[in-house]
Design a protein around this ligand. Structure first.
Ligand SMILES: *Cc1c(COP(=O)(O)O)cnc(C)c1O
Length: 609
């Protein structure tokens, strides 16, 4: 049986029971049941489910492990965390983060003006706000407004120009001065595909010379008492812990040096984000080489060691992990619309009264195939297939014979694969790859899994049901965009096998997991497929509740969102139809009603019932 690597990537958040995948929480609803529940309201297309309890679990894990490490290392600083909004700014994700984080005084991090406004509106007074990224005078002034409004806000400067602007704004107005942070440019580099955030050629941060200059500028402007944090971020999805340790040593020593240089109010070190998520679903391909336990212990231990050696008091530790907090909370569910090689079904066999001898032999091979003879019979069948094709090319047999032969041989291969599925030979494994089935999914990879398209990031995928039978079809997934990049091809290094289902008789749903970080805002409206319909699911001991429904945009709204006036388009379509000739009034009004309905629906396909 195949559990799709659930034990590797799911962190025990999901389990398989009675052939279905379920939430491993309280009343343990099955994902299929939730999806059927939502679809019973005539919802079609892809569905994004949010599970706030999974965000809570991640926040709790982060705080608990750091608190434990602080106790074990007799560390004197405190642990604080903020959620970086760029990872997911969608209202119901942010709402889940802030409500689940309230008891920890969990704050928000902003990297742009819009995110800062969001942070100022959604952070409870008292929790931390940190601001990173490039800033102009307006954005810095917003930081002053936030401080004046009572927020505990730290503006991290990415360059000396920003510091000069802070000094300017402080001189020009009487608003409360926010806390100031300095992003340091480390000589040690990050790891993974997002490594560009660290290193000498990094996009962000001050060099050591610039840091010394910053201290001078702050002292001269009488603002040194506002310098409270140094910050670094070595990149997202750190696969290896070693570069983080190097960065910590470097940043820790910079912190201690600055304390000695008279930065007395400096008392926080912000280690950025980068805590990795396990996306892999095959053994031996792990996405990271450390656990949260090792991560938190290493950070606390190293910082304590550096400060003790330099006789500097222990700083408070800030983290800005985003991916780690929200990746697991969202699951994308897509119906499968079609399987492209279904045409080799046995029921399509159409024999003649007298068939060519090769076909009769294939019928016999198919009939008598069993566990003992299947490899030998498979070889015979493949051999016969070659002969049939040669005979066809020479004009000796017709298209119906050829079709019968193809169906029979496919069937023999499939059955041999099934019989030997426990330990397939190399030859069978190769046949399996060749016999790939293409599953058409009602979703857009560009919209819902943009990091697969842009970075080849793998997301765990599995069916929601049929999990008590072994999937045998080597699968590649096609999305419904008209773009050949909208495909997740079969990869023999991390193979995906799915079930052979007859979609005329039943539905088949796939779930993509760990899609809660970055995918939603990075997702693009290629072919005008918009954000899927989304729902928040809360679960208690007895039942679950579907909340916060936001249906995927209607076709008219999509067009409005890119600048068309949908009213004009709408009127034009109606008029063209109304003015058309050679159609009865009844037919016309029925068609108009149909058109109205279509325009109000979302842009995804509605083929499945
Ligand atoms: C993107 C970013 C983060 C979040 O990184 P994750 O890998 O999602 O944890 C944190 N801090 C800064 C400055 C960032 O730019």
């Amino acid at each position: 049986m195949n559990n799709f690597g659930l034990d590797i990537w799911s962190n025990n958040n999901f389990i398989i029971e009675n052939g279905q995948i379920r939430l491993n929480y309280k009343c343990m609803p099955s994902l299929l049941q939730i999806v059927e529940d939502i679809r019973s309201d005539d919802v079609r297309g892809p569905i994004l489910l949010r599970f706030p309890h999974l965000i809570k679990a991640q926040i709790r894990t982060l705080y608990n492990y750091f608190d434990k490490a602080i106790q074990q290392n007799n560390y004197k600083g405190k642990f604080n965390a903020v959620f970086p909004l760029k990872v997911n700014q969608f209202p119901h994700a942010v709402e889940a983060v802030t409500s689940q984080g309230a008891q920890y005084n969990y704050g928000l991090e902003a990297g742009s003006k819009a995110e800062l406004i969001l942070a100022m509106s959604k952070t409870p007074i008292g929790a931390n706000i940190t601001v990173n990224g490039f800033k102009d005078k307006e954005m810095i002034t917003l930081g002053f407004i936030a401080a004046q409004s009572g927020h505990n806000i730290t503006i991290t400067i990415e360059g000396l120009g920003e510091l000069e602007t802070i000094i300017e704004v402080a001189k020009e107005c009487d608003l409360k001065v926010p806390n100031i942070g300095i992003r340091v440019r480390l000589h040690s580099t990050g790891s993974g595909i997002w490594a560009k955030s660290g290193g000498m050629d990094a996009k962000f941060g001050l060099t050591s010379t610039e840091i010394i200059e910053a201290i001078t500028l702050l002292r001269e402007a009488d603002l040194l008492q506002h310098l409270s944090m140094i910050h670094f971020h070595i990149g997202s999805q750190m696969s290896d812990i070693a570069p983080l340790k190097k960065a910590l040593r470097e940043a820790g020593n910079i912190y201690a040096e600055l304390k000695k240089m008279g930065a007395t109010s400096l008392d926080n070190i912000n280690i950025g984000g980068g805590l990795a998520v396990e996306y892999n679903q095959h053994a031996h391909l792990n996405s990271r080489n450390y656990s949260i336990d090792e991560f938190s212990s290493s950070v606390v231990f190293l910082l304590g060691e550096i400060m003790n050696a330099k006789n500097v008091s222990h700083p408070n530790i800030f983290t800005e992990s985003g991916r780690f907090i929200v990746a697991s909370h969202a699951v994308l569910i897509t119906p499968v619309l079609e399987l492209f090689t279904q045409d080799y079904q046995e029921k399509l066999l159409n024999f003649k009264t007298v068939n060519p001898p090769l076909i009769e032999e294939l019928v016999e091979l198919n009939r008598l195939l069993n566990n003992t003879n299947c490899i030998e019979y498979l070889h015979d069948a493949l051999d016969h297939m070659e002969s049939v094709l040669t005979l066809f090319d020479l004009g000796y047999i017709d298209l119906q014979d050829r079709s019968n032969a193809e169906i029979l041989v496919h069937n023999i291969i499939k059955r041999a694969l099934y019989l030997k599925s426990a330990n397939p030979t190399d030859e069978l494994a190769q046949l399996q790859v060749k016999l790939q089935e293409r599953y058409l999914i009602n979703a857009s990879i560009f919209q819902s899994l943009p990091d697969y398209w842009g970075l080849n990031q793998h997301f765990p995928v599995m069916p929601l049901h049929h999990l008590n039978s072994t999937p045998l079809r080597a699968a590649s997934l096609w999305d419904i965009t008209c773009d050949s990049d909208g495909e997740i091809g079969f990869n023999p290094d991390k193979p995906l096998y799915l079930h052979d289902v007859n979609l005329d008789e039943e539905e088949y749903f796939l779930g993509f997991f760990n899609v809660g970080a970055y995918q939603e805002t990075l997702g693009m409206n290629h072919n005008l497929f918009t954000h899927p319909s989304e729902y928040t699911i809360t679960i208690d001991e007895h039942s679950y509740e579907v909340k916060n429904a936001v249906e995927s945009k209607s076709i008219l709204d999509i067009l409005d969102s890119i600048g068309y006036d949908s009213k004009i388009l709408h009127t034009k379509l109606k008029n063209d139809l109304s003015n058309s000739k050679f159609i009865s009034e009844k037919e016309k009004s029925d068609t108009l009603a149909k058109l109205e309905l279509f325009l109000q629906q979302n842009g995804y396909l509605r083929t499945t019932n």
